[in-house]
Design a protein around this ligand. Structure first.
Ligand code: SAH
Ligand code: DHB
Ligand code: MG
Length: 214
């Protein structure tokens, strides 16, 4: 078995996740503008775009916008006329994300809502059902976000959640941190959910993916 490595990540990225100016701006400027350097990796972004397109996403939700990098990938995976609603609690992050959406030419397809994700989601039931949900915010909130997604995604819709591997610590690698157990429990809980098929895509920090049954 080949071990996933920086070289393999770069090989995939150079072939499939090449940045245009909009993606490069979001990638470079997010940390430069003082936001944390925790955007999804390029090949993870490409995977999100792939998932959105594969399920024919017309209505998508992202929980945790940061500087807009993953949102640009998702927005570019939507079917024509599709829309991404992205949720962010930090005003500063929201402002940076909006600027990056504009620079990437996806502002017409992305609506950013500022506030606590769970409160915003509670108001969104009537806007669904949704085709695609990407979870990438506070780790203790993942179970609530995923439960919301299970209720509000259509059959055949896809739910994805970032940081499923927590640097490998969920599998016993390294020291782990306060969120290692949170993610171990979250992964196990998802794996045992009925009416979805789920697994983890291991590139970057791991993306848990689930497709809702018909
Ligand atoms: N998806 C982004 C990275 C998100 S980082 C990308 O790959 O480009 C996580 C983001 O979630 C941060 O911007 C943080 O402010 C936001 N966040 C954390 N807890 C939140 C909450 N309860 N509600 C809304 N946003 C939250
Ligand atoms: C961290 C990384 C992430 O992708 C995230 O969503 C939150 C935190 C981190 O490395 O701390
Ligand atoms: Mg993340």
């Amino acid at each position: 078995m080949v071990t996933y490595s920086v070289d393999i990540s770069q090989y995939i990225t150079r072939l499939f996740a090449v940045h245009d100016e909009g993606l490069e701006t979001a990638w470079e400027e997010t940390p430069r503008k003082g936001l944390p350097a925790i955007s999804v990796r390029p090949e993870e972004g490409r995977f999100l775009q792939f998932l959105a397109r594969a399920c024919g996403a017309r209505k998508a939700v992202e929980i945790g916008s940061l500087g807009g990098y993953s949102g640009i990938w998702i927005a570019r995976g939507l079917v024509p006329g599709g829309k991404l609603i992205t949720l962010e609690k930090e005003e500063k992050h929201a402002k940076v994300a909006q600027e990056h959406f504009r620079r990437a030419g996806v502002s017409d397809r992305v609506e950013l809502r500022i506030g606590n994700a769970l409160s915003l989601l509670e108001e969104m039931h009537q806007e669904g059902p949704f085709d695609f949900v990407f979870i990438d915010a506070d780790k203790p909130g993942y179970k609530d976000y995923f439960s919301w997604a299970l209720e509000n995604v259509r059959p055949g819709g896809i739910i994805a959640a970032h940081n499923a591997l927590r640097g490998g610590s969920v599998a016993g690698l390294g020291d782990g941190d306060s969120h290692t157990r949170t993610m171990q429990e979250f992964n196990r809980w998802v794996a045992n959910q009925p009416s979805i098929i789920s697994t983890i895509y291991p590139a970057g920090d791991g993306t848990l993916i689930a497709v809702k049954s018909f």
